[in-house]
Design a protein around this ligand. Structure first.
Ligand code: SAH
Ligand code: SF4
Ligand code: F3S
Length: 459
């Protein structure tokens, strides 16, 4: 393996180069960043949190809403200032924005100081491109229009020792009319189930107790193995058998692929967390149709009822878009009605954002910004009230919490998640770092809108 960048850097500076990665977007991007860091560490780069003092800064971008685009160009502006002071500072950009031609054109014409540009289908090439940058003394751009075969056994530098993100599939075939992801991540590809199991076994033997299975639409997983096709419930069943693993989560599932077998898995598999993120997007059938979601509100409610029949204590979250083209006040009222009837534990709410080259970009009846914001505020208020009410039901009871670490704002408070993904903060008197990565009993003493507070329960 050639390693020109690091070798030259060490020769010139007498130390290893430092690298910072800034990640925008979803967990898939977070995991890509972990893999990038793994690849770079293997070659001798040292990770640093602060991109202002790094030798190499990487921005891993998201394109899902306009805000994400804006933040990227804002951050790029900051990097330019650093580069003006320090010409040897190296800037790399990767992730979903790079799969869009208009972004590449803009970077080429107006951002000549960006050194390396790489797409989503070949992030593993980034270390080589850094070498080529030194070798050829010119900027490196490598974007593949489509994914090639899935590359296995990539290293990864994780944020947490005790939990891990695991890709099970890539891409999306659903083409919801508002969404950029099918264009930036390509068509659905499922990993071979044996490779997934092998990876999780290895993680567990290294101390991991919780895995988050990742994919844009994990319940359309179809892994081929020895001439057989494994669907998602079968994969879960096999993962559930791995000794030492304690919790299995997944993200995200699509209502149209929520099979009865998957719903039954919640009742059958002891390690599968009793939590589901099931994006609904809208409570109006007119809007759902124009979004190309391929289910009706009634189908969605049926799914929720089945899930609650199978597992009464299941916690449910969702994504909702407000102000999709053509959304009327009546359509919006249907969304409020749905939220009131499902009573989500939490909901991620988004203002519809026009994405270039998606079908909805061309829809004529875009909703006025002011109306969008007004509806958004009404929705958020309802969603938050319900979250707070649901959380208050936890007070006085004891839950198993997987401890993630100390709270960022208070070093005497530990923070973790219940099986149902509720965030729990609890105060500890003395050093309790040995609890990090363990599942402990916490008695809930107070409920807030977005979190619970409690105390260690010693039985
Ligand atoms: N694959 C996942 C979602 C990925 S994007 C799924 O289908 O559930 C995460 C969320 O961003 C979506 O669920 C949607 O609510 C929101 N989103 C996607 N495109 C958007 C857009 N153009 N404007 C506003 N929100 C959008
Ligand atoms: Fe986007 Fe729809 Fe695919 Fe989710 S399912 S990534 S919202 S196209
Ligand atoms: Fe964003 Fe790409 Fe994820 S567009 S939400 S980073 S798949």
């Amino acid at each position: 393996m050639k390693n020109i960048f690091v070798e030259e850097f060490v020769n010139d500076n007498g130390r290893q180069p430092t690298v910072s990665i800034t990640t925008f977007g979803c967990q898939m991007n977070e995991h890509d960043s972990e893999i990038l860091m793994g690849l770079l560490s293997e070659r001798g780069y040292k990770q640093t949190e602060d991109r202002k003092i790094a030798d190499v800064a990487i921005l891993n971008t998201c394109s899902v809403r306009e805000n994400a685009d804006k933040r990227f160009f804002g951050t790029l502006g900051q990097l330019k200032k650093i580069k003006e002071k320090n010409p040897s500072f190296v800037t790399c950009v990767c992730g979903c924005m790079m799969q869009q031609q208009h972004i590449i054109d803009k970077l080429k014409s107006s951002y000549p100081w960006v050194d390396v540009i790489v797409g989503t289908h070949n992030i593993d090439k980034l270390p080589n491109l850094l070498d080529n940058l030194i070798d050829e003394k010119k900027r490196q751009i490598e974007i593949l229009p489509e994914a090639k075969e899935i590359i296995e056994d990539l290293p990864s530098e994780r944020l947490f020792k005790h939990k891990a993100l695991v890709n099970i599939m890539f891409g999306c075939n659903n083409f919801c009319t508002y969404c950029i992801v099918p264009y930036t991540r390509g068509r659905e590809r499922s990993r071979n189930p044996k490779n997934i199991l092998k990876e999780i076994e290895k993680l567990v033997s290294g101390g991991v107790v919780e895995v988050m299975l990742l994919g844009q639409n994990v319940n359309s997983y179809r892994g081929e193995c020895d001439g057989e096709v494994w669907k998602f419930p079968r994969l879960l069943e096999e993962i559930n058998k791995i000794e030492g693993l304690q919790r299995i989560r997944f993200m995200t599932s699509h209502p149209k692929d929520m099979s009865d077998n998957l719903i039954k898995a919640y009742g059958k598999l002891d390690k599968l967390s009793k939590y589901v993120h099931l994006p609904v997007q809208s409570g109006s059938n007119n809007v759902l149709k124009k979004m190309n979601r391929r289910y009706k509100v009634e189908d969605y409610i049926t799914l929720i009822n089945k899930l609650r029949t199978e597992v009464p204590e299941i916690t449910i979250s969702t994504d909702i878009i407000v102000g999709f083209p053509g959304e009327t006040e009546d359509d919006f009222l249907e969304t409020l009605k749905l939220v009131e009837s499902v009573r989500y534990d939490s909901a991620f709410t988004f203002l519809y954002s026009v994405r270039k080259d998606t079908p909805a970009e061309k829809f004529k009846d875009q909703v006025d910004e002011e109306i969008k914001h007004e509806r958004f505020n009404r929705l958020v208020e309802l969603v938050n009230n319900i979250s707070a009410e649901k959380n208050s039901e936890y007070v006085g009871n004891v839950y198993k919490v997987l401890v993630d670490g100390y709270s960022k704002t208070d070093a005497t408070v530990l923070s973790g998640r219940t099986d149902g993904f509720k965030l729990v903060n609890f105060r500890v008197d003395s050093d309790a770092s040995d609890l990090i990565g363990k599942i402990v009993d916490v008695k809930i003493t107070n409920a807030k809108t977005f979190s619970l507070e409690g105390e260690l329960f010693l039985g």
